[in-house]
Design a protein around this ligand. Structure first.
Ligand SMILES: NC(=O)c1ccc[n+]([C@@H]2O[C@H](COP(=O)([O-])OP(=O)(O)OC[C@H]3O[C@@H](n4cnc5c(N)ncnc54)[C@H](O)[C@@H]3O)[C@@H](O)[C@H]2O)c1
Length: 275
């Protein structure tokens, strides 16, 4: 069902790779809700993903960019204003990657070049994106910028590794820049802390299946899907959330407020009996 929540709004969506991607789901939903937007991802992702299908489905131009490159970001943002005919109303940062996670380098044996890349790709790119947009005066008053985070920013979760540090920084950037951009231009900046989700990035975390099972049992409403996450992004892009800024909002079925649930306790007891 469509509510026309983004009718007349323009945006840029970073990070759609395939149908599982959170950004892909956001693009489909934003299109249904009446938005026009551009899509961006790395040249490598364009080769391996199926972004062209999404581009055709949503009538959205693809502008390739490495989000760690300021000049690439300048190109994406200026070209988007050209294609869309003016300033944008929303930007989605749905980007994350850790070579330490990919190459199974544990947190007490990190490769520091990989660590720098994790921070640059997964957190600093958010700052770069916002700074470029602000310098180009590319976002309309009351515009909305959203990035995707994970609860490992606040709590330690086995194997989330250096991505936890990147997410903590990402959430901090939303607060620090949210103050400045809000004060000067009424632009809102928030992060959504999403349940574990089976996507390419999500599956990079070894043991994701066990984690998804655990959080499902722990969350009174169950895990939030990528599609549900997309719904929530649309609300944050819409005029219905105009005074929400500098927040990290948990979109996790209640997981973040739980300590132990009946379902998790039942499973835990079973595993003790099996010992
Ligand atoms: N899947 C989960 O369990 C989960 C949970 C909470 C938060 N998140 C976050 O959601 C966001 C989207 O991830 P997803 O789960 O949809 O997976 P995904 O793999 O579909 O998306 C990650 C995207 O990041 C892009 N990317 C990587 N390096 C880049 C670079 N240098 N420049 C530009 N783009 C780059 C990839 O090409 C890909 O499109 C990430 O920030 C992720 O950390 C995911």
């Amino acid at each position: 069902m469509s509510y026309n929540l983004l009718k007349g709004k323009k945006g840029i969506i970073f990070g759609a790779l395939d149908e599982q991607s959170i950004a892909w789901n956001v693009a489909v939903k934003a299109f249904e809700e009446g938005a026009v937007f551009t899509l961006s991802n790395t040249p490598l992702a364009l080769r391996f993903g199926n972004l062209r299908d999404l581009s055709a489905q949503c009538n959205a131009e693809i502008i390739p960019a490495d989000a760690t490159s300021v000049s690439d970001l300048e190109q994406v943002i200026s070209r988007s204003m050209e294609v869309l005919g003016g300033k944008v109303d929303f930007i989605l940062h749905s980007i994350g990657m850790s070579l330490n996670v990919r190459k199974s380098r544990e947190y007490d044996d990190l490769d520091y070049d990989f660590y720098r890349k994790t921070i640059d790709i997964s957190a600093m790119s958010f700052h770069k994106m916002i700074q470029v947009a602000k310098k180009l005066d590319a976002i309309s008053e009351w515009g909305s910028i959203v990035a995707l985070s994970y609860i490992a920013a606040q709590r330690t979760l086995y194997r989330y590794n250096d991505m936890a540090d990147a997410k903590a920084m990402l959430e901090s950037i939303a607060r620090s820049f949210g103050y400045i951009y809000g004060r000067e231009k009424n632009v809102r900046i928030n992060t959504i802390s999403q349940s574990p989700t089976r996507t390419t990035a999500g599956s990079g975390v070894k043991g994701i299946d066990a984690l998804i099972d655990f959080t499902e049992r722990m969350s009174p409403l169950g895990n939030a899907t990528a599609r549900e996450c997309a719904d929530f992004c649309i609300v944050l892009f819409s005029d219905l959330s105009r005074k929400v800024t500098m927040q990290n909002i948990f979109h996790d079925g209640g997981f973040s407020s739980m300590g132990m649930s009946l379902k998790a306790m039942t499973q835990y007891k079973k595993s003790l009996e099996d010992e």
